[in-house]
Design a protein around this ligand. Sequence first.
Ligand code: MF3
Ligand code: CO
Length: 249
Amino acid sequence: MVEIKSDKQIEKMKLAGTILAECHKALSKMILPGITTTEIDQFVERFLHERGAKPEQKGYMGYPFATCSSVNNEVCHGLPNRKPLKNGDILTVDFVVNLDGWLADSAWSYGVGKIAPESQRLLNATKKALYKGIEHAQPGNRIGDIGYAIETYANKKGYSIVREFIGHGIGRKIHEEPQVHHVGERNSGIKLKEGMVITIEPIFNQGLPFITMGSDGWTALTFDGSLSAQYEHTVAITRNGPIILTEQA
Ligand code: MF3
Ligand code: CO
């Protein structure tokens, strides 16, 4: 069952999403060579607490941190650590904000210092794919329309899509129905309805789509060592079309 949210509930999620977006905005200025992902994690935790919000990922299924921090060939769920980031790295920071019991989830990829043109191209394409997917999050469409739009764009740009991690419904829990695949067929899957709130969070790899799990039990890595990027928004499906609850100003 996909839970339908009222306008009022979506408003509450939007408040959580605004804090999340403002925090990403602050990160975009802080992420420079020399900073560690532990420092980023601690900044996020403090930022949320100052706004009266909580980092929902901390303690979720035993996950110990506020953020997931995935560098270069790390696909997702990387653990913050004390290794300084280097010029040319790419970093994805993913976290979930809980404000008064309502959640918002957004991941963003950042270049560290001056990055290679191929890295920038990967970031641009992955972000663009997210927005292509969001365009199709309309009442009356089907969930496969979102995956189809993202998959078509990845093919056009020459990137592969990680299949193991998918978007999801979200509300008072991080992971609700439905599953949101980033590949798909047009006009397939459940019908999208007003009041559904979902995440769309494509992960693009430069090389093969395959992943392997790191020895820490959390971090997913590209199988071939190629770079990987991810962008994620929380999106409400409304009579006026998709509303991005985690949009950065
Ligand atoms: N934010 C992630 C998502 O998009 C959830 C990460 S769960 C954690 O689904 F346990 F790794 F934090
Ligand atoms: Co997320």
